[in-house]
Design a protein around this ligand. Structure first.
Ligand code: AHM
Ligand code: MG
Length: 335
């Protein structure tokens, strides 16, 4: 007799994972569910993005009399509303806001959350893939929430993940017990388990890097990329180039199919371009949990102590052996 295929929602999956830890209170489950809800609101808005000009351009007033906002501002508001509702978050930091937003000082507000609400937003105008990235820490402050709640190194994250708004909407997350992926079923509005225990191949097929920066890289970065082009087959097999310009989408491809993403420092961006706390750190935790690696070229991303909220970092992330290869090149020729 044919057995029915089990359907697992994100809620039941996280609950089951928490149940295996008797000390768990279920709060993290609820918080992750709030994140998922926020991203569903963002997904709904993105699906209508191409209609904005027809229904009223950004800055106009829509039929409900509300002012229409640019999508990244709107995504920020969606995420904040979803996370603020239940009082589980003490402070929320976002790429869109210069300063962190205090949400609650109550003792039940045990988490600090950092988000990039709409990563790769330049892709919106061309109907390309974008994403939302999130990073969750346990609160370290007593009394009033503090900047230190959001300036913790990535190795203190209790959960991290992203949602990719691509040909389908997918949520990928980790709580330190493997990486799991859920696909949004738009007909029922639920994220359903589609990728259980995702692992990255040790060496990948793909190279993702903005090669227009090549003349401004260090010799080490140039050498690494040339080797990925196939110039040194004795030490590195040639890779296929794929670059979308959206970290979430580029990382996601490499997570599933194997590969390496680089945004090294260059003479225009001497500290790198990507943000440590809400772009590099959450992706680094996912990469490591999937068997990959992430570094700034010298130090493991998760071990960097952030000094300011919007701090930038060079980033090399992906399949472990590919990342190690780049690190060797960068260390040998750092200039
Ligand atoms: P954003 O969060 O403001 O959209 O910027 C970050 C994006 C990343 O998603 C992407 O990897 C990178 O910037 C692309 O930069 P570039 O256009 O220089 O290649
Ligand atoms: Mg971003």
């Amino acid at each position: 007799m044919k057995r029915p295929t089990a359907v697992t929602t994100i809620e039941s999956f996280i609950l089951e994972q928490e149940r295996q830890h008797p000390q768990a209170t279920g709060e993290l489950t609820n918080l992750l569910y709030d994140v998922a809800l926020g991203t569903k609101l963002v997904a709904a808005a993105i699906r209508r993005a191409g209609l904005v000009d027809i229904l009223g351009s950004a800055g106009d007033v829509n039929v409900q009399g509300e002012e229409q906002q640019k999508l990244d501002v709107f995504a920020n508001e969606c995420m904040k509303s979803a996370l603020a509702a239940a009082g589980r978050v003490c402070v929320l930091a976002s790429e869109e806001d210069e300063l962190p937003t205090q949400i609650s000082s109550g003792s039940e507000a045990r988490y600090a959350v950092l988000i990039d609400p709409l990563d790769g937003s330049s892709n919106i105008d061309v109907n390309g893939s974008v994403g939302t990235i999130f990073s969750i820490y346990r609160r370290v402050s007593d009394g009033e929430p503090d900047i230190m709640d959001v300036l913790q190194p990535g190795n203190q994250q209790v959960a991290a993940g992203y949602v990719m708004y691509g040909s389908s909407v997918m949520l990928v997350y980790t709580t330190g017990a493997g990486v799991h992926g859920f696909t949004l079923d738009p007909t029922v509005g639920e994220f359903l388990l589609s990728h259980h225990y995702i692992t990255m191949p040790e060496t990948g097929k793909y190279l993702s890097v903005n090669e227009s920066n090549f003349p401004r890289w260090t010799k080490g970065a140039q050498k690494a990329v040339r080797a990925f082009h196939g110039e040194r087959p004795e030490v590195m097999a040639a890779k296929n180039s794929r670059y979308i310009g959206s970290l979430v989408a580029d990382f996601h491809r490499n997570l599933i199919a194997g590969g390496v993403f680089l945004y090294p420092s260059d003479t225009r961006n001497p500290k790198g371009k990507l943000r440590l706390s809400y772009e590099a750190n959450p992706m680094a935790l996912i990469a490591e949990q999937a068997g990959g690696a992430a570094t700034n070229g010298m130090t493991r991303i998760l071990d960097i102590q952030p000094e300011e909220l919007h701090q930038r970092t060079p980033l090399v992330i992906g399949s472990k052996k590919d990342v190690e290869f780049v690190v060797d090149m960068l260390r040998n020729e750092p200039e």
